[in-house]
Design a protein around this ligand. Sequence first.
Ligand SMILES: [Zn+2]
Length: 214
Amino acid sequence: MESINNKIIPKPIKNLILAFSGLPGIGPKTAQRLTYFVTQKSSEEIETLSQALVSVKDHIVLCEMCFYIMEINPDKDSRICLICEGNRNKNQICIVESPLDVIVIENSGIYDGLYHILHGAISPMNGLGPNNLKIDALIKRIDNNIEEIIFATNPTLEGEATAMYIQELISELNVNPTITMLARGLPTGADLEYSDFSTLSNAFENRSSFNYSE
Ligand SMILES: [Zn+2]
């Protein structure tokens, strides 16, 4: 950012602009706007904001089963999220890239099975290989009780390559679940989290069988 090197910008301001710029979807302009917004707030308001940031790191963990985000429960040893614990169809696993995708699908109310969150997609360009994702844990979850595996990775090159990679691993297992993927009504190249309700429910209802090797 050119203006960040400007000598008349105080260093703490530059630092905060840089920190905001590292967030997804935040360009230099927005980072500057957020920074000046912060300078105008009272110390109490900023304290609340920074507490919320720290608290997310301290109190949120990933579910041991599906890797969805969950609040730590100090009374329990196991870290199993409300979805995995809940009264769901446990014969279905919907594979998504991000916890935000789970929130979108849950808000739509069109699915009542389980999830598995990969936390990304295979992307050699970004240095993300299969080992950086929660793929091993997914394969371990798939046994004869699983009747359907739904790929809901993003309709991007990375999302589709990831689905194909996982589908191959599943085909090597001694199990026979139906494998489907969301209908391509979703805008190509877009993230699942940005799809609207009707697009998403259509994509679920019209999901088609997905078999890479055939
Ligand atoms: Zn879970």
